[in-house]
Ligand binder design. Structure first.
Ligand code: AMP
Ligand code: GLY
Length: 418
């Protein structure tokens, strides 16, 4: 069968790579894809925008596509699944009313309050003067969030009222995030260890993936600004059976029940961003997609056929996912300047990269030359018996990947605090 993956990052490369391994898959089309998916076995890039729903519909018909997997949140929140509902194709991803759990942080916080899902306290503001009054009298640090999608940049953990009020001015007055910052949340700061808990969610059940830890800060030892993720390890050394039970009981089940109460038929990936202290999980955010760079590690760890898992979930059949017993590590190689401004168009040269699995994120093929085209350029992954061996193998070989101004952390898989 032919399948279509929507998106162009490292996450989508990893999903396409894994789907392509299925005996049942003929071609994995990736729209628009990147320089990595362009040369991946059984994969073919199609140069259309993820916001061009009509072009996606046309592609599905022309290429006889039988399953669509949507990687990023924007097309989900903007209703791609709803748009395709009358097509003769299975679509893996929630409809817009399900994706709203990620698309509006105020909606999602209200959903958590209503369904007794543990999370930080929060106040909502649509008037900047009222927000600033409140910020004059609260305890710090405090967390500020734009309500809408802001490309992963809409959150500030503010240490004092000056920086908090500056953020309010920039977001609500100067509209740095556009409409996404019209309304904001001011949220209690939670402390503990962050955990990415993701899997497949259906109206019936949640099938958890292996656990993983995302390293968000730019620099070694977790210094520097927050990024979309500079590396990942899987499984998470923090997970234990009691914690897993607590997450399933206190977070996952009330989420399933809450969606069912609303009549939302959710079929798709779900990523619970959690803060855990003393085995007590609290939700930082819901994401209606998989994480990046977590997916790259998870696809290396997954034993089962991803295609069968997705189709079984969509058909309300029992889904079982087997995981390899070892570990996997991914190190993100980025362009100098990321997460701020950075140069693109740099030529990439590969030496002998051995058995590394290199997932591309910000690359394009320019004739025979591979060029950088984004902030996060590669996720360099390896699977082995344990985290230490994975990490050592990656760092022994990483210099074989070169482009002007490349940066990466040197401690992924060596320290476990994200
Ligand atoms: P979010 O997009 O809501 O996950 O926020 C991005 C990052 O901000 C999270 O991964 C956390 O590192 C941090 N964060 C968000 N909410 C909180 C909170 N209530 N307390 C502490 N840190 C938070
Ligand atoms: N790695 C964090 C995210 O995908 O949101």
């Amino acid at each position: 069968m032919n399948v279509l993956v929507i998106g162009q990052g490292g996450r989508e490369h990893a999903i396409a790579w894994k789907l392509a391994q299925s005996q049942k898959v003929e071609i994995v089309f990736v729209a628009p894809g990147n320089g990595g998916t362009e040369v991946e076995d059984k994969c073919e890039n199609i140069n259309i925008k993820i916001s061009d729903f009509s072009a996606i519909q046309k592609l599905i018909r022309e290429k006889n596509i039988k399953l669509v997997v949507i990687g990023p949140e924007d097309p989900l929140v903007n209703g791609l699944v709803d748009f395709l509902q009358n097509e003769d194709v299975l679509v893996f991803g929630p409809s817009a009313n399900g994706a709203k759990l990620e698309g509006s942080k105020i909606y999602s916080k209200k959903f958590m309050f209503k369904n007794d899902i543990p999370t930080g306290e929060a106040k909502f503001f649509s008037c900047s003067a009222e927000a600033k009054d409140y910020l004059d009298n609260c305890e710090y640090p405090i967390v500020l969030k734009a309500d809408g999608l802001a490309a992963g940049k809409g959150v500030l953990v503010a240490q004092d009222s000056d920086s908090a009020k500056n953020w309010v001015d920039a977001v609500m007055h100067d509209s740095v995030f556009g409409e996404a910052g019209k309304n904001i949340l001011v949220e209690e700061c939670l402390f503990g260890t962050e955990l990415s808990f993701m899997g497949i969610l259906t109206p019936k059940e949640f099938i958890p993936f292996e656990t993983s830890v995302d390293y968000k800060p730019l620099e070694d030892n977790n210094f520097g600004p927050n990024t979309g993720g500079m590396g990942c390890i899987s499984p998470s050394p923090f997970m234990n059976e009691d914690l897993k039970k607590a997450i399933m009981q206190n977070v996952v089940q009330p989420t399933i029940d809450g969606l069912n109460k609303l009549g939302v038929k959710y079929y798709g990936f779900m990523y619970f961003g959690l803060m855990v202290k003393d085995n007590d999980p609290k939700v930082l955010e819901f994401n209606c997609r998989l994480g990046d760079p977590e997916t790259q590690c998870l696809m290396m760890q997954m034993e089962s056929d991803l295609l069968s898992c997705l189709i079984d979930a969509l058909n309300d059949e029992e889904v079982t996912i087997d995981w390899k017993k070892g570990a996997s590590v991914g190190v993100v190689m980025a362009s100098a300047g990321y997460p701020g401004t950075y140069k693109t168009g740099c030529t990439v040269k590969f030496g002998n990269t051995g058995n590394l699995k290199i997932f591309h994120a910000g690359t394009t093929l320019d004739g025979a030359e591979l060029k950088t085209s984004g902030g996060r350029v590669f996720s360099i992954n390896y699977y082995d018996d344990n985290l230490k061996d994975c990490s050592e193998y990656i760092y022994k070989n990483i210099e074989e990947i070169q482009f002007d101004g490349n940066i990466y952390r040197t401690d992924i898989g060596k320290i476990y605090e994200s």
